[in-house]
Design a protein around this ligand. Structure first.
Ligand SMILES: [Zn+2]
Length: 331
């Protein structure tokens, strides 16, 4: 994807004007919950992007929706994935590495869920919210994506793209340049954003807020909010969180209604043009230029155990210091 430096500058000014208003719109109660910080972050970061957040509205056909589930897996995610499969639905699960490694069942979940035809995608390792992902050091950004990649890459089927969504959807030109500039992360397409499910305004729903103390809705009540937004927009990427049993129940409430109304469910990589989006293959700013707390990859850094570590590329953030200590230059 060709980029001009000016494509960064113009949205930067626009976003600076909007920052204060967006952050003030998030109630204090919602900010207290890490996951609830999503709404404020997403809006403030979006306009900063060099590569814009990827949405479905401009690419999808009418009555086409992509169900996406974040923050898992949990042990109960597997049975839920099976329910989706039984409905003929292929969804996309944005997993965090820390959730994958939490126990034996969650470690086994990516393979099981992938075998059902769902797409496994990257949602960072520790799900940073405070500070938001876009405020992390370059080294930390790469670590967050790369560590989860090492856990899920083998479960992304041959030929399918590697998709990523940052925690809270937090994104900026710096994140884009950093991930583009590293061989460990540049194959990722992102930031995969959403069209539906991020906001309680207008009578719409966001599952993490629906279940919180401020709203405390039932799956049906929240589902009606989602349905309202889906019907209003007619298509899009739907954000939900499979870690919540109520979100699973909400899906089971909505799906028969959507099927009856003629909606079709697509996996994220079935969205037309999705592979041409995002960070993959784009030439970005060399990430080493912003590396403050790590070490730099050098041409003499060889012998890394991971195939995506590309010796010979100078000035790239090295996320495995121990594997190339002789070549690393401490900052
Ligand atoms: Zn999340």
């Amino acid at each position: 994807m060709a980029r001009s430096p000016w494509s960064v500058v113009v949205p930067l000014f626009a976003s600076m004007l909007a920052l204060a208003a967006c952050s003030a719109e998030v109630p204090a109660e919602e900010q207290a919950d890490p996951e609830l910080a999503i709404e404020g972050e997403q809006n403030s970061e979006e306009a900063l992007t060099q590569v814009q957040n990827i949405r479905g509205a401009d690419k999808m056909d009418p009555r086409e929706i992509a169900l996406t589930y974040d923050d898992g897996p949990r042990a109960h995610s597997v049975a839920f994935a099976q329910w989706l499969k039984d409905q003929g639905i292929r969804a996309t699960f944005f997993m965090t590495g820390s959730a994958v490694v939490s126990n034996a069942e969650t470690r086994a979940a990516p393979a099981k869920i992938a075998a059902m035809g769902h797409l496994i995608a990257n949602h960072t390792y520790t799900h940073p919210i405070t500070p938001p992902f876009a405020k992390l050091s370059a080294l930390k950004m790469v670590e967050e994506i790369y560590k989860t990649d090492q856990l899920i890459a083998e479960h992304i089927e041959q030929g399918a793209p590697s998709l990523m969504r940052t925690s809270g959807g937090s994104w900026s030109s710096t994140v884009s340049a950093t991930l583009n500039g590293n061989p460990q992360t540049r194959h990722y397409i992102g930031n995969i954003y959403w069209d539906i499910g991020g906001d309680m305004a207008n009578g719409y729903g966001a599952d993490w807020a629906c279940w919180g103390s401020r709203y405390n809705l039932t799956p049906e009540q929240c589902g009606d909010r989602y349905l309202k937004e889906i019907r209003a927009k007619g298509k899009g990427i739907v954000l939900m969180h499979d870690i919540h049993v109520k979100s699973q129940a909400m899906t089971k409430y909505m799906v028969p209604k959507l099927v009856a109304e003629g909606y079709k469910f697509v996996r994220m990589d079935e969205i037309r043009g999705i592979r041409a989006e995002g960070t993959a293959g784009a030439a970005g700013v060399v990430a080493g230029a912003t590396c403050a707390d790590g070490c730099l990859w050098s041409a003499s850094c060889v012998g890394s155990p991971h195939p995506r570590n590309a010796p010979g590329s100078a000035n790239l953030v090295c996320v495995q210091r121990g594997n190339c200590s002789a070549a690393c230059t401490p900052r």
